[in-house]
Design a protein around this ligand. Structure first.
Ligand code: CA2
Length: 152
């Protein structure tokens, strides 16, 4: 197994994602956020990464965690959920963090309502994964492993 990177990858989840698997399964699937966390930990271990998996319904908390990532994380995987289309504060924090960012959406936001299709976060993201379901977190970790190893 590859050595574990010194700092964890932060996997941050925005508002209402705590409801994953409990509501609207036709849209978001039936996997709970707790199951996504366990999947991320397993995938990360195989990649030699550690993950710190968190969820908040509060914009300021997400900003605080992104600021924390500047010194405490090797990279940031973020599903900004409802803040995707509104939060200049999250974008500014991501730009200041100077860490590789991968943006994840469970659904294909480009197939959904027009208001979901613009993302401030994408301005700071090295990659965007949308529409792969919760598997998108697995894909994001695989890509993050390459980014923290120094790949472009
Ligand atoms: O597809 C995604 O991952 C989204 O980021 C999810 C957000 C939505 O606002 C974005 O446009 C796309 C919504 C997260 C709410 O999650 C729920 C999960 C289950 C039931 C209800 C909400």
């Amino acid at each position: 197994m590859a050595p574990t990177a010194a700092l964890p990858v932060f996997v941050l989840n925005g508002p209402n994602l705590n409801l994953l698997g409990q509501r609207e399964p036709e849209k978001y699937g039936s996997t709970s956020l707790e199951e996504v966390r366990r999947m991320c930990e397993g995938v990360a271990e195989g990649l030699g990464l550690a993950v710190d998996f968190r969820q908040s319904n509060h914009e300021g908390t997400l900003v605080d965690w992104i600021q924390e990532a500047r010194t405490a994380a090797s990279g940031i995987i973020l599903n900004p959920a409802g803040y995707t289309t509104t939060s200049v504060a999250i974008l500014d924090a991501l730009l200041a963090a100077e860490r590789p960012v991968v943006e994840v959406h469970v659904t294909n936001i480009h197939q959904r309502e027009e208001f979901r299709q613009h993302s401030y976060v994408s301005k700071a993201a090295r990659a965007v994964i949308a529409g792969a379901g919760v598997q998108g977190y697995d894909l994001a970790l695989q890509h993050m492993a390459r980014l923290v190893a120094g790949a472009r």
